[in-house]
Write a protein that binds this ligand. Structure first.
Ligand code: ADP
Ligand code: MG
Length: 472
């Protein structure tokens, strides 16, 4: 018996080193050895979810780790052990039937809200708080967000059982351009209009809920709760971190989409730029409708200001902002919606506290720091590649190719250097976007060009001119 346990610790050590600490802790930390009989090893885990996940993803890995210790082992039997003391929802839930997916892997079946005890188990995750002001009624539509708004409306108006038109709906935009507003509007409208259940979660909440559920062994309850919803809305996906959370996110996404449930996602960048996600998730995300919301045009900014003033007047009837002040604010506060909101809040506070009407002078004084001389442009790696290719008269595919002739090596290095200095992308991400190169190659290019521009005046001018073209 002791020698069996010794073996088991060595097997666990092997597992830990092959899958890495994170994955090991998420999936294997609570796996126990029940016994070894002839060529079969019996292992147990506390939940059905862990069992099916390990079977689907790690069965071979576990077997080979055992075989390294005991070559005669040919089979792993994985069972769900009954809890010593009942955990949270003690009531036995019927075993979820295992649905075969088209790729042959198992996906836990989605149960409909009609039968699943959703309201009780909903507590297992609890949505993120919603702001009652962020509705469709207060969302102003303009050139930059027409498509995103139309798609969001369509999603919000769907009814249970309707065919899903685009799944997932993926909206991306820079900070303060209305992503959260639109997503919360979908959630409010969806939950009030009909019988569907719409759940709004920030990526952080998704991570926190999942990690917490694993720790308290209620992963199953968490998953069941997630699966009892019709529309899953996830905000700020760029914050999703950690291998096992991502694996879990991928699994949830697949299960929901395969079952015809709607998924809506917002992030500050397109799926192809979510560097920490693996390729399968990225392509699944890109497989629905991907919409970008551009910067807010002046008309839209004016519309947002007016809508904010109208909302404020609901509580402060005497508050008024003259037309010329609104025009001034719309013209000068160009950066994002948050600053527009901030400007109105300040004017409101100032006029209330001092009991003075809002004037242009007052507005100029109060919002001075919200006016940014020039808003930095979001530069994309594709733009850099395009502009550099044009400048050096090579094709973009030359830059991405493995060709090493001098006429493409230098432009490629310049493009990588610009990608590092003009975007926030990491070295590995840049490498990936340049035909799957290693991050050390990118680093080498960056250092090389840095050194060259310091002494080669012509190259320095070339690089500066490229920067200007990109920042225009
Ligand atoms: P993001 O999530 O993209 O960073 P938010 O949705 O939080 O941006 O928007 C920032 C602020 O700007 C919020 O106060 C929001 O209500 C406002 N806003 C942005 N776009 C619009 C719009 N189209 N209509 C009304 N308000 C908007
Ligand atoms: Mg947001």
């Amino acid at each position: 018996m002791t020698s069996e346990q010794d073996r088991w610790s060595r097997v666990k050590g092997r597992l830990r080193s092959t899958v890495g600490e994170d994955v090991y802790t998420s999936w294997f930390a609570r796996m126990d050895l029940e016994g070894v009989q002839d060529e079969a090893v019996r292992l147990s885990v506390p939940t059905r979810f862990l069992k099916s996940w390990i079977q689907a993803h790690y069965a071979e890995r576990v077997l080979s780790c055992w075989q390294a210790e005991m070559p005669e082992v040919h089979r792993i039997d994985l069972t769900v052990r009954s809890p010593v003391r009942p955990v949270a929802p003690a009531r036995e839930t019927p075993a979820p039937a295992e649905a075969k997916r088209s790729d042959g892997r198992h996906a836990p079946e989605l149960r409909s809200t009609a039968t699943a005890p959703v309201s009780a188990s909903h507590d297992a995750l609890g949505g993120s708080p919603l702001d009652p002001r962020l509705t469709f009624a207060s969302f102003v539509v303009g050139r930059s967000n027409t498509l995103a708004h139309a798609a969001a409306r369509q999603v919000a108006e769907g009814r249970r059982g309707d065919a899903v038109m685009f799944n997932p709906l993926y909206i991306h935009a820079g900070v303060g351009l209305g992503k959260t507003h639109l997503l919360q509007a979908v959630t409010w409208a969806g939950n009030s209009g009909n019988e569907r259940k719409v759940l709004y979660l920030t990526a952080e909440k998704f991570m926190y809920g999942f990690v917490a559920a694993l720790k308290t062994q209620t992963a199953l309850a968490f998953k069941e709760a997630l699966r009892g919803i019709d529309v899953l809305v996830i905000d700020d996906l760029q914050f999703l971190q950690g291998k096992s959370t991502q694996a879990e996110f991928c699994h949830t996404l697949n299960a929901l989409i395969d079952a015809g449930r709607q998924v809506v996602i917002a992030a500050d960048r397109p799926p192809s730029d979510l560097e920490s996600l693996d390729d399968r998730v990225r392509s699944r995300l890109a497989g629905g409708l991907v919409v970008e919301m551009g910067s807010l045009g002046e008309d839209l900014r004016l519309g947002i200001l007016k809508s904010r003033v109208a909302a404020a007047r609901g509580h402060h009837a005497s508050f008024d902002v003259p037309e010329d002040v609104l025009n001034y604010l719309a013209r000068t506060i160009t950066h994002n919606g948050r600053d527009l909101e901030g400007a109105i809040n300040r004017l409101l506070a100032h006029s209330k506290l001092n009991n003075q009407p809002v004037t242009l002078e007052m507005a100029e004084r109060e919002v001075r720091d919200l006016i940014r001389p020039q808003e930095p442009k979001r530069i994309k790696i594709e733009d850099i590649q395009r502009v550099v290719a044009r400048q050096y008269n090579v094709s973009r595919s030359d830059l991405l190719s493995s060709r090493r002739t001098a006429n493409v090596v230098r432009p490629r290095q310049v493009a990588m250097y610009l990608a590092k200095t003009l975007t926030l992308r990491s070295l590995p991400e840049i490498g990936r976007r340049f035909g799957g190169r290693d991050h050390t190659t990118v680093l080498h290019a960056v250092r090389k060009i840095e050194a060259l521009v310091a002494k080669d005046i012509a190259l320095n001018e070339e690089v500066e001119s490229l920067k200007r073209q990109l920042q225009e």
